[in-house]
Design a protein around this ligand. Structure first.
Ligand code: HEM
Length: 146
């Protein structure tokens, strides 16, 4: 939050062609409260970390279910990438739908495709470690053999 406040103060003093300056213009035109402005900027920064968590979580899930890399199967209790796409709330819903959903999806798709293409023998090296975090589901480490 302190970082978000500092970034806002910098752009207020010297606005530029960036999303924070645009948000400040809206805020100062009275369409956002200061709290909304600060939390939006904070979420933009935090959002930068979430695709990295998702990529590591996806690699962990794929390594734990190698059948999904070989021949996807339909079974409600299994990770099943071939299942019909159902609506989900991963990026929320409604007016606060994630601003970064599309870049996040693209980033994850590119990272996983490149990793699996370059390392077709990708395999777990040790048991992954989870990082306790009340806000996100993240790994502290995911040792693999490339
Ligand atoms: C796997 C990646 C991501 C997931 C799962 C995710 C998930 C979410 C969720 C659930 C919300 C709604 C939060 C709420 O209602 O309180 C949200 C909001 C938001 N996300 Fe993401 N996000 C991701 C990536 C990103 C990225 C990459 C960015 C920016 C570059 C971003 C920026 C934002 C912003 C600014 C909001 C607030 C939108 C608003 O309140 O109008 N997110 N995200």
């Amino acid at each position: 939050m302190e970082g978000a406040k500092a970034a806002i103060a910098r752009r207020r003093a010297a606005p530029g062609p960036d999303v924070i300056s645009d948000l400040i213009r809206v805020r100062d035109g009275d369409r956002l409260s200061e709290t909304e402005l600060v939390t939006l900027v904070w979420q933009l920064v935090l959002g930068g970390q979430t695709p990295a968590n998702l990529i590591a979580n996806a690699v962990e899930a794929l390594l734990a279910h190698p059948d999904q890399l070989a021949a996807p199967r339909a079974d409600p209790d299994r990770l099943d990438l071939a299942r019909d796409e159902a609506a989900h709330l991963g990026y929320a819903h409604g007016p606060h739908f994630c601003l970064g959903a599309w870049p996040a999806r693209l980033q994850v798709r590119i990272a996983l495709t490149a990793l699996l293409r370059r390392s077709p023998g990708l395999a777990p090296a040790k048991t992954p470690e989870r990082m306790p975090d009340p806000g996100t589901w993240r790994l502290a480490s995911l040792p693999v053999v490339l």
